[in-house]
Design a protein around this ligand. Structure first.
Ligand SMILES: Nc1ncnc2c1ncn2[C@@H]1O[C@H](COP(=O)(O)OP(=O)(O)OP(=O)(O)O)[C@@H](O)[C@H]1O
Ligand SMILES: [Mg+2]
Length: 418
């Protein structure tokens, strides 16, 4: 079930948003709206569905509406139109009291600039959300201490924020958000102020915590590498509109337009894509009991030099065309005595490591899943194709996006994204 359901959200900023909402809904561009009315289009017709227990990433250039969108979730911002359901409940309809409770219990937020109180100790900062909830002092200190331990800050409880590095301060922010036990974490550029190594550490830590906690996390970032590492799904915004939504693979393998494409230029594709992406299902799979003559004929017809041999769904080995011929020559009943071993790589192996395998041998390589079941044969051609970045924004992609964005007046603007 989806934890957060965003339905047709519009946000118009300015003195009289209700007067200009209809124009935005009719498709007036952000520029035109601003020129004509002095109002800013924050979001246009955004709908998304965020699954419980997932990390959902929102990406886009500065000013694309990421913060505006996430602030709708805990109603720091009221939509001009549309609704947001959290656990099936429309948060735009909550009473003042209901909203207070909802903010305290359901969601907590981690900010880019840490948002710590400078005159409170690390412990008091971490316990702040619990204090707001009215948890007694001893209990909130116990829980805050526990979370500080979990984020690697044992021993720093009585220091003040300015005595900690940026990375450590951000851990305090994370501990504070986690301590409230909120089911949903909203993280707005939470790691963006950190230098790259610390940032990677924090990403690892978030993934480790998430494996235990299974929260629903909405994570905003500018950085596609970070998005691809963390996100189960990614939404990409441009000028307040949703330009693409999908899994990291969807985004990487079929960017919707030149704007999305421009984010992909610097991504290390071989780290994100894996062996499963480069596997071809085999059109011919054999068993130990396959008959040599039939097999040889099929291999010739398909022009296959080898075929995988399965035992049930598991990989048992490989039969090369030569060995098939030997089996025919020997008038063997089946191929069992002619099957060789075949090397395999797990489906999740990233292409960088797959390339390592490919350089060591030119023998056929199978791809297997977690249960050791056969997924397909690794295609060398596909590996090469996948690790090669697409050419700089192609015409086709821009056209396709214009088709897809019905009602959008702004075209893809690669020059802005570049
Ligand atoms: N309170 C406001 N009043 C008027 N316009 C606003 C307000 N908040 C945001 N906007 C406008 O809405 C648009 C989206 O802003 P938002 O802060 O959501 O972008 P963002 O994607 O979070 O950018 P960044 O990456 O720089 O944080 C921008 O054009 C911005 O100027
Ligand atoms: Mg922002």
């Amino acid at each position: 079930m989806s934890k957060i359901e965003v339905r047709n959200i519009y946000k118009v900023f300015g003195a009289k948003p209700e007067r200009w909402l209809a124009a935005a809904q009719a498709g007036m561009s952000k520029e035109e709206l601003l020129a004509k009315s002095g109002h800013t289009l924050g979001l246009r017709d955004i709908s998304l569905s965020i699954e419980e227990g997932s990390i959902y990433v929102i990406m886009g250039l500065s000013g694309s509406g990421k913060s505006t969108l996430i602030r709708h979730f805990n109603r720091l911002i009221e939509p001009s139109a549309g609704s947001i359901l959290v656990d099936g409940e429309d948060v735009t309809q909550l009473s003042k009291r209901g909203l207070e409770q909802f903010r305290q219990r359901k969601m907590s937020m981690v900010f880019q600039r840490f948002g710590l109180f400078p005159h409170r100790t690390v412990l008091d900062n971490a316990a702040y959300g619990l204090q707001v909830q009215g948890v007694a002092k001893a209990e909130r200190e116990r829980r805050a201490t526990d979370w500080l331990d979990q984020v690697g800050l044992a021993g720093f409880a009585h220091q003040y924020p300015h005595q900690l590095s940026g990375g450590m301060q951000q851990r305090v922010g994370l501990a504070r958000a986690l301590a409230t036990d909120a089911e949903i974490l909203l993280m707005d550029e939470a790691f963006s102020a950190l230098d790259p190594l610390i940032r990677r550490d924090m990403q690892d830590q978030l993934l480790q915590l998430q494996a235990k906690l299974n929260k629903t996390i909405v994570f905003i970032t500018h950085d596609l590498d970070e998005a691809l590492r963390l996100g189960n799904r990614i939404a990409i915004l441009k000028d307040g509109e949703l330009v693409q939504e999908g899994t990291p693979e969807d985004i990487l393998l079929s960017p919707a337009n030149a704007y999305v494409q421009s984010f992909l230029q610097d991504v290390n594709r071989s780290k994100v894509l894996n062996a499963a992406h480069a596997a071809n299902p085999s059109r011919l799979t054999l068993t130990m009991r396959s008959r040599p003559a039939q097999v040889l004929e099929r291999m010739r017809a398909l022009d296959y030099a080898y075929a995988p041999v399965l035992d049930g769904k598991r990989l048992a080995g490989v039969l090369t065309r030569e060995r098939a011929r030997d089996a025919v020559d020997a008038a063997s009943r089946d191929i069992s005595a002619y099957v060789d071993e075949m090397a395999s790589v797990p489906a999740g192996t990233n292409l960088e490591d797959v390339l390592g395998h490919l350089l060591r041998t030119d023998a056929p390589l199978a791809v297997t899943d977690d249960n050791d079941e056969f997924v397909g044969m690794l295609s060398r051609a596909k590996v090469v194709e996948l690790v090669t970045p697409p050419e700089a924004p192609v015409e086709e992609a821009a056209e396709a996006s214009a088709d897809a964005d019905v009602g959008a007046t702004a075209e893809a603007t690669p020059e802005r994204a570049a």
